[in-house]
Design a protein around this ligand. Sequence first.
Ligand code: MG
Length: 204
Amino acid sequence: MQAEPVLLTGLIEACRATIAANSDHLCALDRAIGDGDHGTNMRRGCDAVSAEETQVSSMALPDALEQIGVTLVMSIGGAAGPLYGTLLMEMGRELRKPERNLDFSAALKQAIDAVARRGRSRVGDKTLLDVLYPVQDALANHSSFADIVHRAEFSASNTAAMRARRGRASYLGERSIGHVDPGASSCALLTMAICRYLEEHRPA
Ligand SMILES: [Mg+2]
């Protein structure tokens, strides 16, 4: 199984462009409850993946995802690097298992569980998990791309009502309430970028 080179390159570019366009917004969200670098960090990660898009596009899909994960860990840094990196690396590892039979939804569930273990967090802690699990649930229920995007955006905005229990924002305690989590926001943006791209490039 080879990653379809054009599709993967297009997805990488769609994610990079979306993060670049929203980098300032992500930094502003992070300034409110963290150290203000989430947009910059995510942008650096996307640029690093873009720089190797020709190389990863020639790989089998599981290998490509794992390589992208490694690159994200090394380039994003902060708290988000290991989390996004784990997500992609585990997706690759899961999809490599013959018994998964290319079931993206099941592989994504395993990968998100690995992110939860890596971050020692769970749903409701005001992290990217609060977007990832609802997105996976929508995918498992064969929701339309539009519905998945809506679910992601709604879930990200819901993190404003949560009190942070992980990461720098948790030091703020009650004062973290009222602010959208930057990681949840970048996760919703990436979900939107991926779904819109796939919708537009759906095979006829
Ligand atoms: Mg930060």
